[in-house]
Ligand binder design. Structure first.
Ligand SMILES: CC(C)(COP(=O)(O)OP(=O)(O)OC[C@H]1O[C@@H](n2cnc3c(N)ncnc32)[C@H](O)[C@@H]1OP(=O)(O)O)[C@@H](O)C(=O)NCCC(=O)NCCS
Length: 150
């Protein structure tokens, strides 16, 4: 199995859009994804491919001195292979190179699988955002201390 993580480009937009709608029921939208890639200097988006097929993506913003994960998914048939962690580690590596202090993200309180993965990566619970999602569900705020200066 050949696994490659690379920067997202314009050719990946329809994949990300379609899978986000399937997995989350909504998406940042194709136009926003386009603008993120072309114009937003803060954005870092990565795609993971398995045997040249797109398998997942992660989007992040470096809002220096901190950074945040905007979204992450691995398509169902490739889950449990370590690709989610691989994508997260790519963002964490970027954060280290950019001397980021804290990496943060929000996750649904019901998303035990993702929460487990984030905790394995060293994220700790920062707080709860009540009614964060449109269905009224709370978000868990998780943070990873990157440390700023190397
Ligand atoms: C969350 C998600 C990205 C994880 O991706 P993944 O590629 O399956 O994750 P990994 O294979 O890297 O697994 C991460 C860890 O979860 C654990 N894990 C694996 N399979 C598991 C299972 N069936 N149940 C519980 N934990 C499991 C493992 O411990 C694994 O770490 P390890 O094997 O290195 O010890 C993926 O499940 C997904 O896209 N979910 C839907 C979208 C989503 O919830 N995104 C996150 C929004 S915040």
């Amino acid at each position: 199995m050949e696994i490659v993580v690379r920067k997202m480009d314009l050719s990946d937009i329809s994949f990300v859009y379609e899978e986000e709608v399937k997995i989350f029921g909504n998406s940042l939208g194709e136009k926003t994804l386009y603008n993120e890639i072309i114009y937003n200097e803060m954005s870092r988006y990565y795609i993971v491919c398995v045997d040249k097929k797109r398998a997942g993506y992660v989007g992040s913003w470096l809002t220096i001195p901190n950074a945040e994960i905007l979204n992450l998914f691995v398509i169902e048939k490739y889950r449990g292979l370590g690709l989610g962690k691989l994508l997260m580690n790519e963002v964490i590596k970027t954060c280290m190179e950019e001397h980021i202090e804290m990496l943060t993200l929000e996750v649904r309180v019901s998303n035990e699988y993702a929460i487990f993965m984030y905790k394995e990566l060293g994220f700790v619970q920062g707080g709860i955002r009540k009614n964060y999602y449109s269905n009224g569900e709370d978000a868990l705020l998780l943070t990873l201390n990157i440390g700023g200066k190397i």
